[in-house]
Design a protein around this ligand. Structure first.
Ligand SMILES: C[S@@+](CC[C@H](N)C(=O)[O-])C[C@H]1O[C@@H](n2cnc3c(N)ncnc32)[C@H](O)[C@@H]1O
Length: 682
């Protein structure tokens, strides 16, 4: 992989949704203002356009006023005015080209230049269609098929061809259902339209009427103001779909980091950003993000991590001592966030001062205080069966101690008792100790024990969607979101909706695009867009970046419209690619164009990564072993570096010299699983 062919068969194009087929060059870092030529896109609505009238005088549609002075028109649209000598050859060449084009909406005797563009005799600023005057840059409805709603476009050019045909160039707006969001258009405000960089020529008489399309705030959302739907939330909203999988503000130069090098537009003024790692596992994603951010001069700190697996949480703690690691289900975490927000509100804490340092609030910190309390209490202890709450140590949502009733629970250290007697108590049982509860919430609020809306600058995570796996025979293709195995995608998006971070990075298996026509992938983009995020989806293989791993993963960036939407880094290595990518989403593979010249490193194989490790038996009891040999490959040399040697400018807690970056803690397999592992010789 690393490179890809850009041409497609017509059949493949047909399967692509309009927006998906519009990209000129699928370079993930392409300038988003780049325009597409009509030749390398599948026209949006060619078969549905009116064909141009052949008569030179059309009383219903004609230009009005004087033509734009020839020198100005030539300067602005030079491709419409080729030189006469050149002209002769291009007529022949391009008529052949046109012969191949389906439904171009042009008449066969049109004259075009070498690049297929229609040649102009003159350009105009105004036209009259069915008695209405239209100006250059007006937004208009354009005739669609009989029962379809008319299309929306902006007139960016009006010209008459050499053979007296009258055209306008449309820059298209899309409705959500015409974008990658497709089946989930209900998520998005009906009045919202997405500007694209797709432009093409259409006969002037395709214009139906004017439409008011407003960009609500600078760099903000576009609304169709004519739509008689409920009034839009005027103070927010925007979006422009630059290409199939990118929905962005249309910022130009949205680069912050490409291939590890600082670029223009980089954000340097932010001191520290907080990261919430959901479905964190042992924290590889957040570790990588923190490393990458530090290269860009951002101190990204994994403040909170959530995983249902206890071993994963313990591993994460090794690499991220600064993190509040929460061993709980994400759905419980979401409920807890809401309940915590309410508690902070009830105690009138919201908006009050909070500390940005020493954010750690762990149980050890409380230990000394509690010991004092214990000694004090033991002196006064009576034989009474009444227990008194000494201190609250932690909070969760769900059913700890296998208590079935879900709800908010607090870990209680009882007065006069030690940690061995700690218990989880429901909030209702603490009604008599409001002060203790208030003290805990106050401390938790100050130290950001849990993120409140706006606290997490960044959320990353890969919600498991096991309901899409090809191994699952009972997949729900009709309603994938009703499958409980796919529920985490909703939970993930709900957490984002509640916390509203600046940035989101979601990772997932390619099956979310393969399964049920990409239903879940489209849903994810739709949710982000509905929450006013810019979104960009890309497919990458870790192998393209120098790891022995060929499997592809889908990555989805979300950035608030106040932020710059990050690009994907281009590959550094060749990779042996396996598995298939659905053709509809082929173009989101992050790769160089086949015509680009670049030097990629050799593909890595498992042996390159682990040939220096000693053999490990299943009953191996040592947590740490010595390497069997000196490093044999570049990768092995790299993986042995201490974390402070890997990157610069790390957060102090992450860069103490000599600290090891743990990749895992051993977990004993059952004998069957161990026996099924391939032999090192295989
Ligand atoms: C593919 S792993 C994540 C890997 C991680 N992003 C990394 O970079 O190391 C998926 C994780 O989701 C966790 N998980 C599954 N269901 C969960 C749930 N309902 N709530 C929280 N975590 C869950 C699993 O325990 C597993 O560690």
């Amino acid at each position: 992989m690393g490179r890809r062919e850009t041409t497609k068969s017509p059949a493949q194009h047909d399967a692509v949704s309009p927006l998906q087929s519009k990209r000129k060059k699928p370079n993930p870092n392409a300038d988003s203002s780049e325009s597409c030529s009509a030749d390398n896109i599948v026209p949006l609505i060619p078969s549905r356009r009116k064909t141009a009238k052949t008569s030179t005088v059309n009383p219903d549609a004609c230009f009005v006023g004087k033509p734009i002075p020839a020198t100005d028109a030539l300067a602005k649209w030079p491709h419409r005015y080729p030189s006469k000598d050149f002209f002769y050859f291009t007529i022949i060449f391009s008529s052949k080209l046109l012969g191949k084009k389906k439904d171009s909406g042009r008449s066969s005797n049109e004259v075009t230049s070498e690049n297929g563009a229609l040649n102009a005799k003159s350009h105009y600023r105004q036209a009259r269609v069915d008695g209405v005057i239209y100006n250059l840059y007006d937004a208009v409805y354009v005739k669609a098929e009989d029962d379809k709603p008319d299309y929306i476009a902006r007139i960016v050019e009006m010209f008459e061809t050499d053979d007296h045909e009258q055209y306008f160039t449309a820059q298209w707006f899309y409705r959500a259902e015409d974008t990658v969001i497709k089946d989930h258009e209900d998520l998005v405000d009906k009045q919202r339209v997405f500007i694209s960089d797709v432009k093409d020529e259409n006969p002037l008489d395709c214009i139906v009427s004017k439409v008011k399309v407003a960009k609500i705030t600078p760099n903000s959302f576009w609304f169709n103001m004519n739509n008689p739907e409920p009034t839009p939330k005027v103070e927010s909203d925007m979006s422009s779909a630059i290409s199939s999988e990118t929905v962005s503000n249309g910022f130009v130069g949205d680069i912050s980091m490409v291939n590890g090098e600082r670029c223009e537009g980089e954000i340097t003024d932010l001191v520290e950003w907080s990261l919430l790692d959901l479905y964190s596992g042992c924290g590889a994603m957040s570790t990588g993000l923190c490393f990458g951010a530090s290269i860009s001069g951002i101190k990204l700190v994994t403040r909170w991590a959530v995983d249902i697996n206890e071993h994963a949480c313990n591993s994460l703690k090794l690499n991220h001592p600064e993190t509040q690691v929460r061993n709980e289900a994400a759905e419980n975490f979401l409920n807890l966030l809401k309940a915590w927000h309410k508690l902070c509100g009830d105690f009138k804490l919201l908006g009050s001062e909070r500390s940005d340092s020493d954010l750690d609030m762990n149980e050890d910190e409380l230990h000394d205080e509690v010991e004092d309390m214990k000694n004090e209490a033991s002196e006064n202890q009576s034989d009474s069966e009444e227990f008194e709450v000494g201190k609250l140590l932690a909070v969760c949502h769900g059913g700890p101690n296998d208590v079935k009733k879900p709800g908010q629970y607090f870990k209680v250290r009882w007065k006069g008792y030690g940690p061995g007697e700690d218990t989880w108590e429901p909030i209702d049982g603490l009604s008599d100790c409001k002060d203790v509860l208030k003290d805990f919430v106050k401390r938790g609020y100050k130290k950001k024990l849990l993120p409140l809306p706006g606290d997490a600058d960044f959320i990353c995570g890969g919600p498991p969607c096991q309901g899409v796996s090809g191994f699952n025979r009972f997949r729900n293709t009709q309603a994938p979101l009703e499958d409980v195995k796919n529920k985490q995608l909703l939970v993930y998006m709900d957490i984002i909706e509640f916390l509203k971070p600046k940035y989101v990075l979601m990772e997932n298996v390619v099956d979310i695009l393969r399964f049920a026509g990409g239903f879940l992938g489209r849903y994810a983009v739709g949710r982000l867009v509905a929450m006013d995020y810019q979104a960009r989806m890309g497919m990458m293989a870790a192998g393209s970046y120098g790891l022995p791993q060929f499997r592809m993963r889908v990555f989805l960036w979300g950035a608030l419209h106040t932020q710059k939407l990050p690009p994907y880094p281009l590959p550094t290595h060749e990779v042996v690619s396996r598995g298939f990518v659905p053709s509809e989403f082929e173009e989101i593979t992050v790769a160089y164009d086949s015509k680009d010249t670049c030097q990629l490193g050799d593909a890595l194989f498992l042996e390159d990564a682990i040939s220096d490790l000693p053999p490990v038996a299943n009953d191996e009891s040592q947590d740490e072993r010595k390497y069997a040999t000196a490093p044999c490959t570049e990768f092995q040399r790299y993986i042995r570096l201490k974390r402070n040697e890997m990157v610069g400018n790390m957060h102090p807690s992450q860069s103490q010299s000599g600290r090891i970056l743990y990749d895992h803690r051993p977990l004993k397999l059952n004998q069957d699983d161990y026996d099924s592992l391939p032999d090192s010789q295989e």
